[in-house]
Design a protein. Sequence first.
Length: 294
Amino acid sequence: WLDSQEFEALCEQASQRAEKDPEEAIRLYDEALELYKGEFLEGNLYSPWTLVPRNRYKRLYLEKTLELLKLLKEKAQWGEIRRVCERYFAIDPFEEDIHLHFMESLLEEGQVNNARAHYQYVSSLFFHQHGTSPSPAMRELYRKMNTDHQSLIMDVSDIQEEIRARDEAEGAFFCNPESFRQLYKLEERRLERTGQTVFLNCLTITTRNHRLPTQQELDAAMRQLGVSLKQSLRRGDIVCRWNEAQYLVLLSSVDFKQDQKVLERVKNDFLSKARDLQVALPCQCRPLKSIDED
């Protein structure tokens, strides 16, 4: 008598009964899965001939476990689902589909806190063992458990994804004046620690005799200047439309010569595309000082 042969035979019988007699299929699947105690001939891991059957039995164990969980789910046997999952975890704790079934069963019985705790456990386990984050399917389930129960708790992976999803624009980072003030202060604080150079640049739309253009020309020029800034600056550069005639730009990790080169590039792009407008673009530059220097 070989447990491997019995395992396969019971799995086959269960598959055949699944549609017409799910109760019997559940019993046969459970009996079959109880026979699997780990990798085939674990004491002969380095014998080449064992590799193929070892992988086949491991794959079969997962497939039939998932089929059993599906049948149990159809009958709403949530406690049995967790028992089957826990048996699988004892052999392989890294199969995400099994963890999903486990958490879903907890949610179905209203054990929301236990489901969240299990998610945190799985997230930590996967990160420390494999350096990976939960899959989109698992994060979606976590979002669902929080949405359904009006929780304010979010997973750090979801927070990061949500923040990144809101910044799909290309080019420099554009913000309003209030945000620019906060980012300016943040850069000042960073200077104390990093010592990097940061320059504040002011770009002003004027006429060629240094007066304000007409409102129509000014609006057209500011729109074009915004486009030139977006196309000419790096993603990490910070831009703000300060008022009706001026843009402010924070450039970090550059020296004065590099800063002026960037401004020249912006200016050339702007003037080449705004030839029909009778405007000029004077630029001013000042380095930021750390708070300690004030």
